[in-house]
Design a protein around this ligand. Structure first.
Ligand code: GDP
Length: 342
């Protein structure tokens, strides 16, 4: 839980202020949805100054070298805020307080010093959208989203879109890898409509986020779920078979049946803040029980060390080789970022 309250604010007044959900950021202002109305809000500067993001947020041991990470913006899409509406009833207001977040997804802001840019907060379900083909699903990428969800305790669903393109082998491969992990896999098609009603029902009265590479059909699925949304659909590049990168514009949309949904165009990866490489396997549910069981305990890199419990589990068929491969890849990325501990 992240504490974002201002200790100097008068709490008795605060409770009487209207509450709203941040739908979008627009050049330093925030579009806030409250009781069916939208307000364009600025932010009280004392709130900006007094924000505290204690490191106690991290559930696990933190890495010393990256302590004290600054955040780019105090308010994120998905935040629940208290705000003062303007007196002249002009649908404008000022955000006074950000309610404590239950979770958040971040990316790394491009700068020499690591800056955490929070993409969205208070997520109930993360839908990881991949396509059976065009572009082909890469398990290493699926796992990057899966472990970010696990890290923030957000339930994840793998959506395999474009089932209208006959690729049964691919769907079976994904099922074989992820069923044992206990992840729900939902086959969909924005063309034939397969799985769309189920996807829609999973979003009612929830805050849902769609992530995945561009071109997998996130906008098309959302347009199918709620035709009024009119989200821009990407063209697939004929040369690469990949979605063309469009400008990222992040917004939450209120759903007619209740709840909010966020499309995350242009977001390729989620950042893992303060994750110790040695703890990575605890974010793979099937490897988690093996944590500390290797001969070299928590310091085992699970590569060539003797008596590695993870490698044994791969040999015994208890851990899928693709998941093992992706774990090693992400582990070495984390070591590059934060440096090995030993
Ligand atoms: P996004 O980048 O993930 O939002 O993907 P888009 O919704 O923009 O879709 C990318 C391309 O895939 C577009 O040409 C869509 O028409 C196409 N597409 C989306 N969903 C499906 C689907 O279920 N089946 C097929 N065959 N094509 C789809």
């Amino acid at each position: 839980m992240i504490e974002t309250s201002d200790p100097h604010l008068d709490m008795s007044k605060m409770g009487k202020l209207p509450m709203g959900n941040v739908l979008e950021k627009q050049r330093g202002e925030y579009r806030v949805f409250s009781n069916g109305n939208e307000f364009l809000c600025g932010i009280r500067s004392r709130l900006r100054k007094s924000l505290v993001y204690p490191l106690s947020r991290q559930r696990r041991q933190s890495v010393d070298s990256i302590k004290g990470i600054a955040q780019v913006d105090p308010v994120a899409v998905g935040d629940i805020v208290r705000f003062t509406p303007s007196d002249d009833e002009s649908d404008r207001g000022v955000i006074e307080r950000v309610e404590p977040r239950k979770n958040q997804l971040s990316r790394r802001s491009p700068s020499p010093k690591p800056l955490e840019s929070v993409i969205c907060a208070n997520i109930d379900t993360l839908f990881i959208v991949f396509a059976l083909s065009k572009p082909v699903p890469k398990t290493g990428l699926i796992d990057r989203f899966m472990i970010a969800a696990e890290w923030e305790d957000i339930p994840a669903v793998i959506v395999m879109n474009k089932t209208d393109i006959p690729k049964d082998g691919e769907l079976n491969r994904i099922r074989e890898i992820y069923k044992p992990v206990g992840c729900h896999i939902l086959p969909t098609s924005a063309i034939s409509g397969e799985g769309v009603d189920e996807l829609k029902s999973m979003m009612v009265n929830k805050t849902s986020v769609l992530v995945g590479p561009s071109g997998t059909g996130k906008s098309s699925l959302l347009n199918k779920i709620q035709p009024g949304l009119g989200l821009k659909v990407n063209e697939i590049s004929k040369a690469t078979g990949k979605g063309k990168h469009t400008t990222s514009h992040l917004a939450a949309f209120p759903l007619d049946d209740g709840g909010f949904v966020l499309d995350t165009p242009g977001i390729k990866q989620l950042a893992l803040w303060n994750l110790d490489p040695d703890e990575l396997i605890t974010l793979y549910p099937e490897m988690e029980p093996l944590s500390g069981k290797c001969k070299f305990g928590l310091s085992c890199k699970h590569e060539t060390e003797p008596g590695c419990a993870v490698k044994e589990a791969v040999e015994q068929g208890k851990v899928h080789p693709e998941r093992y491969k992706s774990m090693l890849g992400i582990r070495s990325e984390l070591e590059d970022l934060y440096g090995p501990k030993y």
